[in-house]
Ligand binder design. Structure first.
Ligand code: FES
Length: 133
């Protein structure tokens, strides 16, 4: 579930994602693609592509399960709430790891998922195979 301003924008133009291709290598080592846009978060783009990326708090920067490694490209600047959550889960706060629910692609980006995709659905829970942090 995505809430607040992280919800997909129904009025977004059909070509809003052009130039913001997202390549993501899952924790399983398999590469996948999604069409992103600066208009919405990486998490929304992954969901639109049908990838069950974990987001246990619903995209509120409260859980850290959506975190990804930024391998290439640029995303939106990190806010204080995102920085605090990354620090709380022991992730780097130097921009090399970002919350997919907060970061918006500024163009084509390459990511590595740090948590396994949720089995059988978009939102993983404790059974989702997380690392327990
Ligand atoms: S979904 Fe919980 S921090 Fe991103």
């Amino acid at each position: 579930m995505i809430e607040g301003d992280e919800a997909p924008k129904a009025a977004a133009p059909a070509n809003a994602g052009r130039g913001a291709r997202i390549n993501i290598v899952g924790a399983d080592g398999v590469a996948r693609e999604a069409e992103g846009s600066p208009a919405y978060s990486v998490l929304v783009a992954l969901q639109r592509a049908g990838l069950p990326h974990r987001h246990d708090c619903g995209g509120k920067a409260l859980c850290g399960t959506c975190r990804v490694a930024l391998v290439g490209g640029r995303v939106s600047p990190m806010g204080g709430r995102e920085r605090d959550r990354l620090a709380a889960v022991g992730a780097p706060t130097d921009g090399s790891v970002r919350l997919a629910c907060q970061a918006r692609p500024a163009g084509a980006i390459a990511l590595k998922a740090l948590m396994p995709f949720a089995p059988g659905g978009a939102a993983g829970g404790a059974e989702g195979g997380g690392d327990g942090r």
